[in-house]
Write a protein that binds this ligand. Sequence first.
Ligand SMILES: Cc1cc2nc3c(=O)[nH]c(=O)nc-3n(C[C@H](O)[C@H](O)[C@H](O)COP(=O)(O)O)c2cc1C
Length: 255
Amino acid sequence: MMNVLCDGRRKMPQGSKREYGSYCGNYTFDGTMLTTYVDDSGALLRAAGPQGAVRGRAHDPGGERAMETRELAWERLSPLSLQEKEDKMNADAKKTVLRMIPYGIYVLTADDGKGNIAAATVNWVTQTAFAPPLVVAGVKTDSGAYQVIKGAGTFALNMLGKDQKSLAFTFFRPADVKDGKISGQAYRQGATGAPLLIDAPGAVECRVTSIVEQGDHHIVVGEVIEAHLNKPPGGRPDAAILEMKDLGDNVFYGG
Ligand SMILES: Cc1cc2nc3c(=O)[nH]c(=O)nc-3n(C[C@H](O)[C@H](O)[C@H](O)COP(=O)(O)O)c2cc1C
């Protein structure tokens, strides 16, 4: 609810009970410049702005009084559309708040059996169920990795250790398979055919159970069907993993 001053517009004939028959005001409501026309009782006649008409109701606390300027309380009736909400959202706040989500760093690999091998560093990963054990990964739809994963129907998530920052940077670029190595890294084929990095402390192999196709990254859901522990962690397993914050003050993926 907000108050707005409306100027009298349609002058009533001499001797009428009211001086003006309608009132008009220009003001900003919910970030939108609006021109409203209200009749004498305060009921809304019309409200229009650059984003189209806005539905609402004007209340006239002045009641029956005739005057040149009336203070009207404007109340929006229709909720903001999702698009309007997104337009109003503070972009800097959105970026910073989303970057508060902590992420581990993984190399997602897949082999479609037709000569296409993918290996990409990803961070949008989490487990989502115990039974069956499910993990999800947000995968860029225009990446080579996305195509290979779809073709393969399987993938592996290679965990990176705290000291493997350079490996993370290696797989930010498209994978280069040469001399039995991926981008210079030794690997072996897992049960699903997905490449397992020899130097990774651990890896899980997954069968793709579904792909949620929304946004510029699709959510690949995978059921974990194999696990490989190459280097058992000394303490908490999650303390052994390379994290986004270990990559440097200015490295982010998200926001
Ligand atoms: C810090 C960082 C995190 C990334 N996280 C993801 C991710 O979660 N999902 C994704 O699809 N790509 C992510 N990428 C981009 C991939 O690493 C990159 O697209 C891929 O390695 C390129 O190879 P490709 O196009 O051959 O798959 C990230 C990149 C950076 C720099």
